[in-house]
Design a protein around this ligand. Structure first.
Ligand code: SAH
Length: 516
């Protein structure tokens, strides 16, 4: 029988983008994914939909038993011919028991590969603005486990050497024994004034950093209820944080933002959020698919010469229109002489990708804006083609018809509800892990509500800020009883981002005034 394959993969310290390309490959090809507690849940979304997900989280009290169980799972799954990806926090061979897992695989003759990861020992200090080495302060760093036995009989730890031999000391799993660590280092010659940094949940929205000295860090940690998982950094380099802190200073740092747009469009928004230090969680609640019936569109494409204007109200409308044009064996030459209007800049850009110029874009990026723009510009001799979503507002066609202009509305796509990750979304909402939910269209609102459940909606979104791309979307949200906290002034993704930035800037001004 074909023995499968096991990849021991380091997932990095938390920020999912710190996974290596090779690690991503291994997630994508896994039949079985066994993941740890500190692995970002956002990485699980890269697994195939038919991939079996197994949680291998360990808790201190069942450490040994669980580790044996995990080894058994890896061996059994691989022996049944599966490709198993074992996803571990940080680097698999840095206090990750990756070595033990590899030994178990060797015992059973199972082929394996190790994919190193970005270890929290180095990356977490980096995200707190602490370089582990610096020419002016230290020439070395040591990474030490905090799971140490301190009683004399068992202790083989050379505290004298640990204290003196290296510049920067980095303790993982060190929070529980912090008082002992600080005491031993001082007893063995480290100055009580040596700077200490504690960074918990580094590289994530929950990152918190405390600094002090060997003398006072224990009291500071206690006063701030500081708990694991945290990296403890001892050494002069900790002071560099005052100058070099970068992640925690980003405007959306600490904010978990849910993106509800369709998967195909989500990344534009997610990347902007992440660039500003926020954590983007993509839970696409809608999917964009072809219309139930192409006949109206095909008819319009067959008689394009009879139209004088083509109005696009969304990027999807553009893409589905041109996709169909091509499928029907035609191309943009058919559009000669037809003027093109788009509702906003993103739609304009989408049209320009097909090497066409856009004649008009309204100042206000919604149907009302187009109506305003067309007043007096069109005559009854004009004929407008409006390719758009199967279900949409009637404002635009109604107003044009009222002006005596012939309009042909053809559905070119439709949005359908996606159920896929509903459980995880509800879970995050109920644990109050979400700061903002973004809506980029009325259909995202409707399907979000359906997914979350109307009955539980109020409880689940209590405390969550709702950010909407514009007044129509906001109105839909309010119809469902949602309070809209943030509304874009310009009805674009950039406008939505600006709205969030302004909101949180004001909020931080208010909270710093309150604490004065
Ligand atoms: N293999 C991992 C370490 C596993 S031991 C690595 O290379 O990073 C688990 C310890 O790692 C935790 O107790 C904590 O000390 C540290 N750790 C891991 N991720 C962390 C994070 N995001 N923030 C702070 N500490 C983290």
């Amino acid at each position: 029988m074909n023995k499968g394959m096991v990849y021991l993969v380091g997932s990095g310290p938390g920020d999912p983008k710190l996974l290596t390309l090779k690690g991503l490959d291994c997630i994508r090809k896994a039949d079985v994914l066994v993941y740890d507690r500190l692995v970002s849940k956002r990485l699980l979304g890269y697994a195939r939909t038919d991939c079996e997900l197994i949680y291998g989280g360990k808790y201190p009290d069942h450490h040994i038993l669980r580790q044996e169980e995990i080894n058994q799972v890896l061996v059994a799954k691989a022996l049944s011919g599966k490709v198993v990806t074992r996803l571990k926090g940080g680097d698999p061979f840095v206090f990750g028991r990756g070595g033990e897992e590899a030994e178990a695989l060797v015992r059973h003759g199972i082929p394996f590969e190790v994919v190193p990861g970005v270890t929290s020992a180095v990356a977490v200090p980096a995200y707190a603005g602490i370089p582990v080495t610096h020419r002016d302060f230290t020439t070395s760093f040591a990474v030490i486990t905090g799971h140490l036995k301190f009683d004399k009989a068992e202790s083989s730890i050379r505290w004298d050497l640990i204290s003196q031999a290296h510049g920067t000391l980095i303790f993982l799993m060190g929070m529980e024994k912090l008082p002992m660590i600080a005491a031993k280092l001082t007893e063995n010659g480290r100055a009580p004034s040596t700077p200490v940094g504690l960074v918990r949940w580094g590289t994530t929205a929950d990152q918190r950093t405390l600094t002090g000295t060997l003398e006072n860090i224990v009291a500071t940690a206690r006063a701030n209820n500081f708990s694991s998982p945290a990296v403890v950094i001892v050494g002069e380099v900790v002071n560099l944080r005052e100058k070099l802190s970068w992640f925690e200073r980003k405007p959306l740092f600490g904010k978990r933002v849910v993106v509800t747009r369709a998967r195909s469009q989500a990344s534009v928004l997610s990347e902007k959020i992440e660039g500003l230090g926020g954590e983007a969680w993509e839970f696409p609640v809608i999917e964009i698919v072809p219309p139930a019936d192409y006949a109206p569109l095909d008819g319009a494409i067959g008689s394009l010469k009879s139209f004088t204007w083509l109005i696009f109200t969304s990027v999807n409308g553009v893409d589905f229109f041109f996709r169909r044009l091509k499928e029907l064996g035609r191309d943009i030459r058919e559009l000669t002489g037809i003027k093109i209007c788009t509702i906003g800049p993103a739609t304009k850009e989408a049209v320009e990708k097909y090497h066409l110029r856009v004649d008009l874009v309204p100042e206000e990026y919604r149907a009302e804006g187009v109506v305003e723009l067309f007043k007096g510009r069109l005559t009854p001799a004009d004929r407008v083609l409006l390719p758009r979503a199967e279900v949409a507002r009637e404002v635009l066609p109604d107003a044009l018809v009222e002006q005596g202009i012939a309009v042909e509305v053809v559905p070119v796509y439709r949005t359908i509800q996606v159920e896929a990750e509903g459980d995880q979304l509800r879970e995050m909402l109920s644990q109050k892990l979400v700061d903002v939910v973004t809506f980029t269209s009325s259909s995202t609102v409707k399907n979000f509500v359906k997914l979350v459940g109307q009955e539980k909606l109020a409880d689940l979104v209590a405390g969550v800020k709702i950010a909407s791309i514009g007044p129509i979307t906001s109105e839909t949200a309010r119809d469902f009883g949602l309070k809209v906290d943030i509304e874009a002034e310009k009805y674009t993704i950039e406008g939505l981002i600006q709205g969030m930035l302004q909101y949180f800037e004001q909020e931080s001004v208010v909270s710093s005034q309150e604490s004065e």
